[in-house]
Design a binder for this molecule. Structure first.
Ligand code: CP
Length: 320
């Protein structure tokens, strides 16, 4: 593994998941692998779980960690080439990324989409430039279109808690008050479709009309506009809001009740309920579920350390 950006960077899903679960049993098995290696975590947007779990994972491997809150503490970044920088931007990504690459052996980058410029977001313009100019391996801490550390965590968590060999997993759209990116559902779908091809899950996406994800991420998924029908026999329900991909970044009003609650949970096979967090209580997901025995959200967040640690371990093993 050189960079970690999408499911394509995982050579073998089953092996990666089992390696991660082995780290749960013995978190300090590789505590000197990262000695004298530095991880730089660069945030252009807020984070709780990604920030702390990746720091903990790197520390478990013996790495030194530096965190740069670029949005608050860095110079305003220019990302376009060929512009005269006589406006508000102070430093070009060419120099900023290259300098951070001088200080670090591995870099992590979080950079959300604009939700305004679909082409720039979906070509991952900023992320690709950062990789190009920094010159060291890069781990996505969530990019414009994907959140691979979250999705790997989700596959680890499903594998850990499944009661049948091939569980039915439903990605269920949920309401929200804001326009949210498609990165988490794109990425979850991409990983679940790959896991389905490997015989690990049976995958369905349920969303209202108008909330179709890009087909780039949904190859092989069963897609439905019927939430209650989709929930039948579900072993895992993954709740998430996202804004429209086709009418980019738009939020359509939805008349029906799409919030996951105990009434809907009763339609499932006593499903475990997942959410990447942060979650809006009693808007996306009911408090009854979040505080009840079917919620996996805290265990899922805990497993973020395993995903980050197995990815960093893979990259460290390839460093010269
Ligand atoms: N799920 C997740 O990525 O959480 P943060 O945004 O808090 O890092």
């Amino acid at each position: 593994m050189k960079n970690f950006f999408s499911v394509a960077d995982a050579e073998n899903l089953e092996t990666l998941v089992q390696d991660a679960l082995a780290l749960k049993a013995n978190p300090y098995a590789h505590e000197t692998l990262g000695k004298h290696r530095t991880l730089g975590l660069v945030f252009l947007n807020p984070s709780l779980r990604t920030r702390l779990s990746t720091q903990k994972a790197a520390t478990n491997l013996g790495m030194t960690v530096m965190v740069m809150n670029m949005d608050k503490d860095g110079w305003a970044l220019e990302t376009q080439d060929g512009v005269v920088m006589n406006g508000t931007t102070v430093e070009h990504i060419r120099e900023a990324a290259a300098v951070m690459g001088e200080y670090c052996d591995i870099l992590g980058l979080r950079s959300f989409p604009s939700l305004k410029d679909k082409e720039a977001d979906y070509t991952e313009d900023l992320f690709k430039k950062f990789v190009k100019y920094c010159g060291v391996p890069v781990v996505s801490l969530e990019s414009a279109t994907r959140h691979p550390l979250q999705s790997l965590t989700d596959l680890i968590t499903i594998t850990e808690y499944k009661k049948v060999a091939k569980p039915k997993v439903v990605l269920a759209w949920a309401p929200h008050v804001k326009a949210l990116p498609q990165a988490v559902p794109n990425s979850f779908s991409e990983w679940m479709c790959a896991a389905q091809k490997d015989g690990m899950v049976d995958f369905t996406i349920a969303h209202p009309e108008g909330y179709e994800l890009s087909t780039e991420f949904t190859d092989g998924a069963t897609i439905s506009h019927d939430l209650e029908g989709s929930l039948a026999d579900a072993d895992f329900v993954y709740v998430k809001n996202w804004s429209s991909f086709n009418d980019y970044g738009k939020v359509y009003p939805v008349e029906e009740n799409w919030m996951m609650d105990n009434q809907k949970l009763a339609l499932t096979n006593d499903a475990k309920v997942m959410h990447c967090l942060p979650v809006r209580r009693d808007l996306e997901l009911s408090s009854q579920i979040l505080d009840g025995p079917n919620s996996l959200v805290i265990k899922e967040a805990s497993n973020r350390v395993l995903a980050a640690q197995v990815v960093l371990k893979n990259i460290l093993e390839k460093l010269e």
